[in-house]
Design a protein around this ligand. Structure first.
Ligand code: WT7
Length: 652
């Protein structure tokens, strides 16, 4: 992206100061930024002391062989002990760790003392199955407490887990089992999704056959009671094996750099990358950020992250960060519209949730369903709202604050990635005057900036690429089995800096705005235009709930802007509205950003983690054969969109 980019045309003037009561009692004050800037490593060494170490580290960072980092190298700890046992030892065994809410309406609350017993039993069960320190365990599960227990049990015995999202196919699971050479797979007889029991075990059977020879045992949790094929030699029921184990297990301390987990990210090309995270640095940064960014008060808060444990958000902000902090949290198995569109708000009301962490795609869906739905529930317990996963359009941000947060709660837009392991750029709720749509500033101890093509830092008001300029404790250590790909993907674009793959700009105050993946930036008549900004301009029109924008090849302008929009409940889809939307973008961002076509659609193609697949929309806009649709949540969406194309376009 060049500096002539339109990055600054979307002006956002709204500002929200932290609520006075929150600011007065906030975990973190503005001094944290200064303290960390004055002594970054000292700051992280201090944060590491929030963990319980079997052997305290004396070294903070070894960066002698960049980009291969070692954090707290001579320290030793057990991650599961930190997430479970130490809270029991501190007298908090009766505190609820997880309020589980099943989709069919069943619920169960698990205290830290109960969690300690369950994790210990599961750890003993894995040992009985032959799993040892240094092995890998694949986890392919629905959103139930046993998923977290399985992860903690693996961590407890020093085996790295590789969680594979339960919506992935048998092929995807097989590739990941093979790449990580997993010895055991932990799965379930199914889970509940949109009122139906879904199957998982058939995909495991298929995947284990495809990954011939690697998997020795499959451990199966009973969740739905469905009949499943059972291999008497290989398969074991969780309730039988785990149920008969002792609840005593003495955790062993492992090196800070001992592998904790591998999590695969798909990316647009090539085989999935196994992102490797290790123990001490990862747990330090997830615990610190969960405490700082959500202003967590473990004695009184009820925290809820709506992500699936299959994604990094679930790893860092359902399992490791919250449990390391001794938080009480809600875990929900199902979808937001089962059995009705108020399900999330009913859960907030039921458990008096005080901190909610969700994704822009969910927020825009709630906008589309209408303000009257959350209005029917008591949401007064909420005090901090978080967003993650994609740039949040300013209008969606304001809707979230107003309709969910009663115009009172801070919204923290947290930027990070599977690779960064933990939050990197985010407001602090008791400190930052927030701006809708901007993640704003790197957190204390984090160094991020925006550079141009030549790696020069852009001035305030400029646009370019987001880079991380100093190592951070929860950084990925490599790509599993492929150091060269680690170097090529992240460290070769800009010398000595981590390239995140995201476009970004700095506003006049120096605050950072994320503009989406650089692959998605459009080039129109020689101008770089970010898809995110055109989408935000569209969503700022009252008739639009959600928008996806792509650049389609165009003979005159190089690329032309094509917008796909989902209208809000009551808006009528006609040519007048399409013209109005084009003009609205022109008026907001300038004539160059006016979409050539605006196409109202019923749904947008999304990955299973909720990101819009612009690549497929580009195929449609350019009348091409669709590319790979296997990671789509719902492949019929594309047929619907294609059928819309000829009639509803509008051209100058
Ligand atoms: C990519 C990473 C972070 C956990 C979930 C996604 C985008 C993430 C934001 C945000 C703008 C964001 C970026 C990033 N992204 N959070 N707050 N604002 N963009 O993890 O699947 O590894 O995806 O998600 O493009 O690079 P992931």
């Amino acid at each position: 992206m060049s500096n002539e980019s339109l990055a600054n045309l979307l002006k956002e003037e709204r500002r929200f100061a932290p609520p006075a009561d929150l600011a007065a009692n906030a975990n973190v004050t503005a001094e944290a930024y200064e303290q960390a800037a004055a002594d970054r490593l000292g700051f992280w060494a201090e944060q590491a002391r929030r963990l319980s170490w079997a052997k305290e580290p004396t070294k903070t960072l070894d960066w002698s062989n960049p980009p291969f980092a070692k954090w707290f190298e001579d320290g030793q700890l057990n991650v599961a002990y930190n997430c479970v046992d130490r809270h029991v030892e501190a007298g908090n065994g009766d505190r609820v760790a997880i309020h589980f809410e099943g989709e069919p309406g069943d619920s169960r609350s698990i205290t830290y003392a109960e969690l300690k017993d369950e994790v210990s039993r599961a750890a003993n069960a894995l040992l009985e199955l032959g799993v040892r320190k240094g092995d890998r365990v694949a986890i392919y599960m629905p959103m139930i407490p046993e998923t977290a227990i399985a992860m903690l049990a693996s961590a407890r015995i020093g085996a790295a887990h590789s969680v594979v999202f339960g919506g992935f196919s048998a092929d995807a699971l097989a590739t990941r089992i093979k790449d990580a050479d997993a010895k055991v797979v932990i799965t379930a007889d199914g889970g509940y999704r949109r009122g139906q029991p879904s199957a998982l075990k058939p995909a495991v059977d298929d995947a284990v056959a495809k990954a011939a020879g690697t998997v020795e045992h499959v451990l199966v949790v009973r969740r739905t009671g469905q009949d499943v094929a059972f291999d008497a030699e290989r398969d074991v029921w969780w309730d039988e094996l785990v149920g008969r184990q002792s609840a005593e297990h003495t955790p062993e301390a492992f090196d800070a750099e001992h592998p904790l987990f591998i999590l695969y990210t798909s990316g647009t090309t090539g085989k999935p990358k196994g992102i490797l995270h290790t123990s001490g640095g990862y747990l330090t940064q997830t615990a610190y950020t969960h405490w700082a960014v959500f202003d967590l008060k473990p004695e009184t808060d009820v925290y809820w992250c709506t992500a699936d444990v299959g994604w990094v958000t679930g790893h860092s902000y359902i399992v490791y960060g919250p449990l390391a902090n001794g938080a009480t949290q809600v875990m929900y198995e199902g979808t937001p519209d089962t059995p009705h569109q108020g399900r999330f708000w009913e859960i907030v009301e039921k458990y008096r949730v005080s901190i909610l962490y969700t994704a822009p795609t969910a927020i825009r869906t709630f906008m589309k369903w209408g303000d009257d739905i959350p209005a029917q529930f008591d949401l007064t317990s909420l005090r901090v709202l978080g967003s993650v996963g994609e740039p949040i359009n300013p209008e969606a941000w304001v809707w979230y604050r107003k309709n969910i947060g009663a115009d009172r709660t801070p919204v923290v837009d947290t930027w990070w990635q599977t690779e960064t392991g933990a939050m990197m750029i985010s407001p602090l709720p008791g400190v930052t005057e927030t701006k809708p749509g901007s993640a704003q500033r790197p957190l204390p101890g984090i160094s991020a900036t925006v550079v141009d093509d030549e790696a020069n830092e852009v001035p305030d008001g400029g646009g370019g690429y987001l880079v991380l300029t100093e190592p951070w404790p929860s950084m990925l250590r490599t790509i599993w089995g492929d150091d060269q790909r680690f170097l090529d993907t992240y460290w070769s674009r800009f010398e000595g800096k981590y390239f995140a793959g995201d476009g970004a700009k700095k506003d006049d105050d120096g605050d950072i705005w994320l503009l989406g993946r650089v692959d998605d930036v459009m080039l129109v008549s020689g101008h770089n235009i970010s898809t995110t900004e055109v989408e935000s301009a569209l969503v700022s029109h009252p008739a639009v709930a959600e928008a996806a924008v792509v650049g389609a090849a165009d003979d005159t302008t190089g690329q032309a802007i094509v917008a796909f929009v989902i209208l809000r409940g009551s808006a009528a889809e006609d040519e007048k509205l399409v013209a109005e939307l084009r003009d609205h973008v022109g008026a907001t961002l300038g004539p160059i950003a006016k979409p050539k076509r605006v196409l109202p659609v019923a749904e947008l193609p999304k990955t299973r983690s909720g990101k819009i697949m612009r690549r497929l929309l580009r195929d449609v806009a350019e009348n091409r054969q669709l590319g790979d649709v296997t990671t789509l949540t719902d492949s019929t969406v594309m047929t619907l969109i294609q059928s819309k194309l000829p009639s509803s376009s509008s051209e100058d």
